[in-house]
Write a protein that binds this ligand. Structure first.
Ligand code: GLN
Length: 544
């Protein structure tokens, strides 16, 4: 078992997840099999009940685990799917320990953080590594070194490194090197303090990844090396990048791949980045600009829609046109008619998933604009459900149609709770979650987009299209072209529209740089086609 631990110092939000993912990519490029485990030191059992404003997007895995968004980065960088055991939280650990205690597994012993909680952490890390059968497991420790919350995890990792012995574990510490003052001086003191903190816990970093706005000079690297007791070549500079997918190459250029393989005693083959570089090359080709409007609820925090933004980045790396996302807060739309005017000039519209009543009327209005003006539209989960509401109101003459999530007393609950969800009391982990099989109608737009009629996509929802309205929605021009094996509506499309597709599932979770999701690609291609043959109702001027 070979382990790479990635910890963080000074502040959170340094891009530890991207660093970890990129380190994984370096090894993978050398033909070494890897897997990644994220440790989140909070007490929640999973990320499912967490507010996107506090924590960013909830990422859903194939097995239905609602995970931290870093799991999405891992999947995208490694091009491999992970399961729920790859996201450990303090809540999960404590739950396991307390269950064991209640069962009497500890045979009357006093149950303590050390050795019982740390023992459980080590056991779970070993289990994940073993089940994945990978040569190397990367373990990212969330939070910042010095936090009370992460102490048991770091202690467990220190113990593990002792147990595994020399040459089996590498510690990578990510820190901030801020640039301050009128002459823009890079400051190493926060890094020094943070490494001291780590060493006080008994962990000596092998590599320091210094984040900051600018590349480190050799002098600053030498200074960090001296104060932090790492060789100068192990001080790695990762300045901010315009595209996160550049980071593996930034690390590679500084010899990180060689350093890690040497520390872990692994063979160092020549890395293969052919497809990765091709993606980045196309990404930068810049053959024109596309303006995509995104109407959502958490637009102030972009991380809330991270997988959607990444899916568009993946498409950009495939088509060579710059895709600019324009974020609209759905709540502002009903009170600001100018916004709808602007939406009319968008090249495409995405309405992503969401929960609750806030902003729903704005989403209805935005979808109406896309429908009426022939703007390519993709509705995801809540966006799909609201597209059905819009069609019921404006196409099926049901003016008070709604989802019962918003209006429990609506006379026309086009979207409602179906069997299995009525009476569900607990909020955590109780939605329809994870990868499900979907059958697409042969000859439909969606089947053409996927190039097949059977797909698997990830889900996270409670409400569904109400079967009592299937006929009326179809009569109003929305075709049901995808269903789950048990008959739930998964896809709605509008054949008379250039591109109008709604999906109950979350395609954004499956998009990868080297294989962009077909729905995002099709949306953007439809936008390009429309731009190249401008129609009279939709002048293709850029958004303000
Ligand atoms: N709120 C909707 C539901 O629960 C949609 C969920 C979502 O967009 N993820 O069904």
């Amino acid at each position: 078992m070979k382990v790479i631990v990635v910890s963080g110092g000074v502040i959170s939000g340094l891009g530890k997840g991207i660093t970890t993912s990129s380190l994984g990519r370096l090894l993978k490029a050398r033909g070494i099999s890897v897997t990644i485990l994220k440790i989140d030191p909070y007490l929640n059992v999973d990320a499912g009940t967490m507010n996107p404003y506090q924590h960013g997007e909830v990422f859903v895995l194939d097995d239905g685990t609602e995970a931290d968004l870093d799991l999405g980065n891992y999947e995208r960088f490694l091009g491999q799917s992970l399961s729920g055991s790859h996201n450990l939280t303090t809540g999960k650990i404590y739950r396991a320990v307390i269950e064991k205690e209640r069962r009497g597994d500890y045979l009357g012993n006093t149950v303590q953080i050390i050795p019982h909680v740390t023992g459980e952490i080590k056991r779970l890390i070993r289990d994940v590594a073993q089940a994945a059968g990978a040569e190397v497991i990367l373990v990212e420790v969330g939070g910042t070194v010095g936090d009370i919350e992460s102490m048991p995890f770091l202690e467990a990792l220190r113990e593990l490194s002792y147990e595994l012995g020399e040459g089996h574990m590498a510690f990578v510490h990510t820190t901030l090197v801020p640039v301050v003052g009128p002459v823009g001086e890079a400051k190493t003191k926060p890094t020094q303090h943070s490494v001291r903190e780590l060493r006080a816990i008994g962990i000596r970093p092998n590599l320091i990844v210094a984040r900051g706005p600018a590349p480190l000079t050799p002098e600053i690297k030498a200074k960090i090396s001296l104060f932090c007791d790492v060789p100068p070549e192990a001080v790695i500079s990762v300045p901010d990048q315009s595209v996160i997918y550049e980071v593996p190459l930034v690390l590679e250029a500084q010899g990180v791949g060689q350093l890690l393989t040497r520390i872990l005693g692994l063979p160092d083959q020549t890395p293969d980045y052919a497809r990765w570089k091709e993606f980045l090359g196309t990404y930068r080709r810049n053959e024109g600009v596309l303006d995509v409007a995104v109407v959502g609820k958490y637009t102030e925090l972009r991380d809330a829609y991270l997988s959607h933004s990444e899916a568009f980045h993946h498409v950009q790396g495939h088509i060579g046109r710059e895709i600019r996302l324009h974020w609209y807060d759905a709540e502002d739309i009903p009170t600001n008619p100018a916004l709808l005017g602007r939406l009319e000039h968008a090249d495409a519209l995405l309405v992503p998933g969401g929960f609750g009543a806030r902003g729903v009327e704005g989403k209805v209005q935005a979808i109406e604009v896309a429908r009426a003006h022939g703007i390519p539209f993709l509705g995801v989960c809540y966006g799909f459900q609201i597209a059905a509401v819009e069609r019921a109101r404006n196409g099926a003459h049901l003016p008070r149609a709604n989802t019962s999530e918003v209006d429990p007393t609506t006379p026309d609950p086009v979207v409602c709770l179906l069997e299995g969800q009525e009476g569900v009391g607990e909020l955590g982990g109780t939605m329809r979650l994870g990868s499900q099989r979907i059958l697409l109608t042969p000859g439909s737009r969606v089947a053409e987009v996927y190039g097949r009629t059977e797909i698997w996509e990830r889900h996270r929802h409670r409400y569904e299209i109400n079967p009592a309205y299937f006929d009326r929605l179809e009569a109003a021009g929305l075709r049901i072209t995808g269903r789950s094996v048990d008959g739930r509506v998964e896809v709605l499309e509008s054949p008379e529209h250039p591109f109008f597709l709604g999906v109950q599932f979350h395609p954004e979770f499956l998009s990868r740089p080297e294989s962009p999701h077909p729905l995002y690609l099709a949306l953007v291609r439809a936008a390009i086609a429309r731009k190249e043959v401008p129609s009279p109702v939709s002048p293709s001027t850029a958004l303000a």
